[in-house]
Design a protein around this ligand. Structure first.
Ligand code: ATP
Length: 229
């Protein structure tokens, strides 16, 4: 469903991704782990076309997205929950979710989004900026799902979120995968969350993918060593 080949991305002369490649089949949840500065956000932004890669190929459900601008990628079936959530704080919950509907041509928010996140229905007329961190994260996920994606990308969704809410987030992401057959690619630094949510774990180190293992056979000590400074 998501096929990434030999991706190279640079900021000016400084190359960050040195040929990253991986494939994620439909319905699989993959977590990519790595310390600060290892290239997780750059990889996410490359997949979304926010930082266009120098070379390589990005395919989503057989569609070559490598040269597409971001809005075309969203229309083609990829959605993004950025680091820091980036919700519109002056807009209401409902208005935030509506921004995700644009590519679908629909005006009404599908009821099943509120079924996933009942608190957002209760708070639909509140301003996004007045929500707690966990609620804002739910809002960012709901906004991304509003575009009806095949592939959902999340960049460090647990950052600044309480442990009990983190466990709930893992449960909701698995439910979304089960109900919608979504492919989910999530970057993380919290190993317990990654083990909770993912079917497979990748590790990125200095812009290269250095480890790739199914959840059941992950060597936790080895992954922890990559995460410690
Ligand atoms: N706009 C930019 N211009 C130049 N260098 C950048 C830019 N953004 C990130 N970098 C550099 O790219 C490298 C990878 O950063 P990136 O944000 O992708 O890492 P990360 O793994 O997501 O880390 P974090 O967990 O802190 O978000 C770092 O060395 C960073 O300093």
């Amino acid at each position: 469903m998501l096929d990434v080949t030999e991706l190279r991305t640079a900021y000016g002369e400084s190359e960050i991704l040195h040929g990253a490649g991986f494939s994620i089949p439909k319905g699989e949840i993959v977590a990519i782990m790595g310390r600060n500065g290892m290239g997780k956000t750059t990889l996410m932004k490359s997949l979304m076309g926010i930082v266009p890669p120098k070379s390589g190929r990005i395919m989503v459900d057989g569609l070559d997205m490598t040269q597409m601008p971001s809005h075309k990628r969203v229309a083609g079936g990829i959605a993004y929950v950025p680091q820091g959530r980036m919700i519109f704080s002056a807009m209401t919950v409902e208005e935030n979710i509506r921004t995700g509907l644009t590519v679908t041509g629909r005006r009404e928010i599908p009821e099943n989004l509120y079924e996933l996140f009942p608190v957002l229905k209760e708070m639909r007329h509140r301003r996004g900026g007045n929500l707690s961190g966990g609620q804002q994260q739910q809002l960012a996920i709901a906004r991304a799902l509003a575009s009806n994606p095949k592939v959902l990308l999340l960049d460090e969704p647990t950052e600044g979120i309480q442990p009990s809410i983190i466990r709930e987030m893992a449960r909701v992401l698995r439910r979304i995968r089960d109900e919608r057959g979504l492919t989910i690619f999530v970057s993380e630094q919290v190993l317990s969350f990654a083990l909770d949510v993912a079917d497979r774990i990748l590790v990125i180190e200095n812009g290269d993918i250095v480890h790739d293992a199914p959840r059941a056979s992950v060597d936790e000590e080895k992954v922890s060593r990559f995460l410690s400074i």
